[in-house]
Design a protein around this ligand. Structure first.
Ligand code: PLZ
Length: 446
């Protein structure tokens, strides 16, 4: 990997520095306030796992722009392919005239996603758009209306995907009425279940079956949509056996299983796709984020018979599968495969998880849970010795890290989870430095 920036954290000013503060004030006069902000620093350039701000501070990126820049913020193969494609043409609209990049990305997704059945892929621009289209395709293929989702789910901000998302504030408040025919089943959330993991999985599965069979009617359900590890909802790893049980139940009733791998996909969890951890083969899979190394590109990939239930003209969008974004995706996929980033994500888990466990041991019961897979890891903060969510601790820990130049993200239905999503190209040294800062932040809660 070539890097232009000295790969070490550096604080030149307080964070945010004076230039960032001034730019943030100017922003407030121009930009709708509906956009929140995690860390109000303005980025000048970024390299590998470092963000360099306009005040010259070098910040360790433990968020990857929410699981997007897995190959780094300016990966050479991504940058080169973007430049090459942009110089040739930036857009034709794939529904007007064709280009090879679209087919090549589709072929890569058909090859890489779980299952060796015949597949087809449709490309879009955003994750929410991919989920919306998965719903359209599932309805067209089954002729059924209902969609089942889980507690703590996040699927996007458009009308349908906002409806599918569980959390009210900030995603849904004031934006109703919501789309019809969306039903929610409990999630098998081991930390918040009174009993062992096996019972947790069995209980949640029984409740989902009951919802489908008694309240909706299985013959009315087009699809069950689930994230194999929940992202915004708190990095919840479903109790082992729950998702395979859901898939089996779905198959019995002609219901499609849609895996939303928008956050978990492309090596993030130590497998190319998180479904692989439990041997799940979804009928449809949605991807976005890390797919194109920072360019807006999303996809629905799935069984050829299901995908082709939609007639020509039924899918599309002006920018769907934009050629520059497709070029970026080919560069990102090449980087993931050539640089062994699936294995690297697993290695990151082996390095980080024991350190998070050590933080828990000395947290005075404030870290209730350490969980996740690969480079998608989190700590859940609670009132000492209980399972009562402590969002104020998450805010304090995040603020401490941000002041020290380590960008961490908060998530969770209760806002009490600190999540780590470093670029997979991060060095061990940068990771250790970020974890030292996090450990100090947790210690200072006491
Ligand atoms: N499905 C599983 O994680 C996006 C949302 C950030 P878009 N997650 C980050 C925010 O607050 O808007 C996401 C996801 C899963 C779907 C989506 C939606 O992807 O590209 O943001 O539309």
């Amino acid at each position: 990997m070539t890097t232009m920036t000295d790969q070490a954290r550096l604080l030149k000013t307080a964070i945010p520095g004076p230039r960032s503060v001034a730019l943030h004030e100017a922003r407030a006069q121009q930009v709708a306030r509906g956009f929140g902000i995690t860390m109000p620093v303005f980025v000048d350039h970024a390299d590998g796992a470092l963000l360099v701000d306009v005040d010259g501070n070098r910040i360790i990126d433990m968020g990857s722009g929410i699981a997007v820049t897995s190959v780094g913020a300016a990966a050479p193969q991504v940058v080169e392919r973007i430049a090459e494609q942009a110089a040739k043409f930036t857009h034709t609209c794939f529904m007007v005239t064709e280009y090879e990049g679209f087919t090549e990305v589709a072929a890569a997704l058909n090859r890489l996603t779980p299952g060796d059945h015949e597949k087809r892929t449709a490309l879009f621009s955003t994750g929410a758009e991919a989920v919306e289209n998965a719903v359209k395709i599932a309805r067209a293929a089954t002729g059924r209306p209902a969609i089942v989702v889980l507690d703590h789910a996040y699927h996007g901000r458009t009308l349908m995907t906002m409806t599918m998302t569980a959390k009210n504030v900030p995603y849904k408040e004031g934006f109703g009425p919501y789309a019809p025919e969306v039903y929610r089943a409990p999630m098998a959330y081991p930390f918040r279940y009174d009993g062992d993991e096996k019972a947790c999985a069995a209980d949640a599965l029984a409740k989902l079956k009951d919802l489908v069979l008694t309240q909706i009617g299985a013959h009315n359900v087009a699809a069950i949509v689930a994230e194999p590890i929940q992202g915004e909802g708190g990095f919840v790893v479903p109790a082992e056996g729950f998702l395979p049980g859901v898939v089996e139940f779905a198959r019995e009733h002609g219901i499609l299983f849609v895996a939303d791998e928008i956050q978990t996909g492309f090596a993030r969890t130590g497998r190319m796709f998180a479904c692989e951890h439990e041997g799940i083969v979804p009928d449809l899979i949605t991807t976005a984020k890390a797919l194109a190394g920072g360019m807006p590109l999303a996809a629905v990939t799935g069984r050829a018979d299901v995908m082709d239930a939609v007639a020509p003209g039924g899918l599309g969008g002006t920018y769907a599968g934009n050629p520059v974004a497709c070029a970026a995706a080919l560069g990102a996929i090449e980087t993931i495969e050539d640089d062994g980033l699936v294995a690297r994500a697993a290695e990151i888990e082996r390095l980080v998880k024991p350190r998070l466990e050590a933080m828990r041991a000395e947290s005075g019961g404030r870290i209730g849970d350490v969980r996740g897979r690969g480079a998608m890891l989190a700590i859940e903060l609670v009132e000492p010795g209980t399972t009562n969510p402590a969002p104020q601790y998450a805010q304090e820990v995040a603020a401490h890290c941000h002041r020290e130049g380590v960008l961490v993200l908060v998530c969770g239905t209760y806002g009490n989870v600190i999540r780590l999503l470093p670029p997979l190209v991060i060095s061990d040294a940068l990771l250790e430095d970020a974890l030292d800062v996090l450990a100090t932040a947790v210690r200072s809660l006491a």
